[in-house]
Design a protein around this ligand. Structure first.
Ligand SMILES: C[S@@+](CC[C@H](N)C(=O)[O-])C[C@H]1O[C@@H](n2cnc3c(N)ncnc32)[C@H](O)[C@@H]1O
Length: 277
């Protein structure tokens, strides 16, 4: 696992409070990679990733889902609408919580969804409260990932599933690869990135049976070609640096993450595990 000690929890919260509006403008409601099969639009590719994770996690109608790091509610609203799930979304950002609640209300999904502002590393739930724990691109931001998996496994009912998508440390082991990962961690506020095998171990050490381990690096990498070209819009970079140095650096690191995927310094993974009945 690669650590980046410079990242602070306060900065993560500040980043999402400040930039949620920009994510919406630049990328869309889902703050995660797209999963490309052919020439889908970015929006369709984002929904495809969500749909694919839902399929792998065998989401059933009416199940209760905890969406950890729910962003603007992209996945939560998808699961509520398409699978009639009862979803609790958690985000560290107060802006995102309000945004997600408002979106749910606007679409008539207010009764099926609840959004709370909480730190996923501190929150408490009843044992066996959820059918599914779902987390797309949030565990990168957690400081003690192993502890999170142990606690989250307790919140799952027997037979429940955990579905995770995450940015990962890659398979290339060189000082250049490590530097690329460090630069990504610093730019995108990740205190560490685990490898695919770290995630497998955290899940199985938490008592879960790992069912699917998928490397989606090639299918998601186009995300950063598109984001880089969108970030070149006139004035955007200047605005980002005007806000603060960290927000400016965030835009500049779009090229770094693309390089990290291309050189296999990073991977993108989807893992699904089941709690034994
Ligand atoms: C890349 S976004 C992904 C959002 C969402 N899962 C999606 O796919 O649209 C990361 C999310 O993790 C949340 N997050 C980061 N650290 C967190 C923490 N300690 N507790 C709860 N949420 C956190 C952020 O607020 C943000 O919503």
């Amino acid at each position: 696992m690669i650590h980046c000690p410079a990242v602070r929890k306060k900065s993560i919260q500040f980043h999402y409070d400040l930039t949620t509006f920009f994510y919406r403008l630049l990328w869309g409601e889902h703050i995660h990679h797209g999963l490309w099969e052919k020439n889908e639009s970015p929006k369709d590719a984002q929904v495809r990733l969500t749909r694919e994770v839902a399929r792998l996690a065998c989401i059933e109608s009416g199940e209760s889902v905890l969406d950890v790091g729910c962003g603007m509610g992209g996945s939560s609203l998808y699961l509520a609408r398409h699978h009639r799930c009862q979803v609790t979304g958690v985000t560290i950002s107060g802006v995102q919580r309000r945004w997600a609640s408002w979106s749910a209300w606007r679409r008539g999904l207010g009764r099926q969804t609840t959004f709370v502002r909480a730190d996923a590393e501190q929150m408490e739930w009843e044992p066996e409260q959820f059918d599914v724990i779902w987390s797309i691109e949030c565990t990168e931001h957690l400081f003690d990932k192993a502890a999170f998996f142990r606690r989250a496994a307790e919140w799952l009912r027997p037979g429940g599933r955990m579905a995770i998508c995450a940015w990962l440390e890659g398979t290339t082991d060189s000082s250049r690869a490590r530097q690329l990962v460090m630069d990504v961690c610093e730019g995108f506020f990740c205190p560490s990135l685990g490898s695919m095998s770290d995630y497998r171990h955290w899940m199985s050490d938490a008592g879960l049976e790992v069912q699917d381990v998928l490397d989606w690096t090639d299918e998601v990498a186009r995300t950063w070609e598109i984001c880089q070209s969108r970030a070149c819009r006139p004035g955007l970079r200047r605005l980002a640096y005007w806000i603060d140095r960290e927000t400016g650096r965030f835009l500049d690191r779009f090229a770094t993450i693309h390089r990290a995927y291309t050189e296999r310094a990073m991977q993108y993974g989807c893992l699904v595990a089941r709690k034994p009945p």
